[in-house]
Design a protein around this ligand. Structure first.
Ligand SMILES: Cc1ncc(COP(=O)(O)O)c(C=O)c1O
Length: 311
């Protein structure tokens, strides 16, 4: 398959049975297997964005993310595959002070840079302005055919792609996925039938995510579970790391610490507490993001904590 058709394909990920707890069956949709870096929701979110960009003459893709962003890594890899120029705007101007040092210590940014992405580090204040920040305003003036993809890749084209996660064969009672900006979950909700119940597991603190999700879907068959953020975005503790390592030992499925591990931890907790009726069939989406494990392990090691171990 050539690189263009990789992004144009209709990918149907397989569902694997994980386990039965309290007479409830849980399955996982292995979206993580689509590609090592452009995995899970990254493929879904980039698909229609990059298809549109491919129709432009010599486009430059610009996008946004944090220092360990799966989206930055995936966009860099995708643009490299398609021969497109890319710029990643990264939150935190302190990372730009000693660029070499940042690349040495941050595997995500090093990967993006090696794939040819230009990196720009901006202050948190500027970053909040997103597409309206002065740096992007200047880029718009100076760069022909600039194609902007918003933070985390969430926009209307991304939702369209995320709807394709679900197929008509996925006749489960409950559908679950992790929530960062809300785009992936909104796509899942949009693709669900009214009889299906959708549960989003927030990977960060804050009720504001409900409003974000409502921007993308009018449907009402969903709820947001906000008890399993482990202190906030990219925060972990030894219980979560232990859970991930046990999950690997039992099911041979790697989870990422920022998103999918928190969802499964929460979901197992809900199943054990009897929150679902008997014989409910649950499908949880593995949204990928495994590239972030290296960075997380470096951080955990430095702190003298238990690391994620998938050997
Ligand atoms: C692996 C992974 N899972 C889930 C999410 C959450 O997706 P969204 O930002 O669309 O809510 C992200 C972030 O984009 C992610 O990288």
């Amino acid at each position: 398959m050539d690189h263009r058709s990789f992004f144009e394909q209709n990918y149907n990920s397989k569902n694997e049975f994980i386990t039965r707890i309290n007479d409830i069956d849980i399955y996982i949709k292995r979206e993580d297997l689509i590609h090592p870096i452009i995995s899970g929701n990254k493929f879904r979110k980039l698909k229609y964005n990059l298809t549109e960009a491919m129709a432009m003459e010599d486009p430059t893709i610009v996008t946004f993310g944090g220092a360990f962003s799966n989206h930055i890594a995936a966009t860099a890899e995708a643009c490299h595959m398609l021969g497109m120029k890319s710029i990643g705007i990264v939150r935190g101007d302190e990372l730009g002070i000693d660029f070499e040092n940042t690349l040495t210590h941050n595997s995500t940014l090093r990967f993006a840079y090696q794939k040819g992405m230009k990196l720009a580090f901006v202050t948190r204040e500027d970053y909040r302005l997103k597409e309206n920040m002065p740096f992007v305003e200047n880029l718009k003036k100076s760069t022909q055919n600039l194609f902007c993809i918003s933070e985390g890749g969430t926009n209307s084209k991304a939702i369209l792609g995320c709807k394709e996660i679900l197929t008509s064969a996925d006749d489960f009672d409950v559908l679950c996925c992790s929530v960062g900006t809300g785009g992936t979950f909104a796509g899942l909700v949009e693709a669900s039938t009214p009889k299906q119940q959708c549960i989003g597991f927030s990977a960060l603190k804050g009720e504001f995510l409900k409003q974000e999700i409502k921007k993308w879907t009018q449907k009402k068959n969903w709820s947001l579970q906000t008890n399993y953020h482990f202190g906030g975005y990219a925060k972990v503790d030894s219980e979560l790391i232990h859970f991930m390592n046990q999950f690997w030992k039992k099911y041979h499925i790697p989870l990422d610490p920022v998103y999918t591990a928190k969802m499964f931890f929460g979901l197992f907790g809900m199943m054990e507490s009897g929150l679902f009726s008997k014989n409910t069939r649950i499908l949880a989406i593995h949204t990928g993001g495994l590239q972030g494990i290296e960075g997380m392990n470096k951080y955990l090691k430095k702190k003298g904590c238990q690391t994620i171990n998938y050997h």
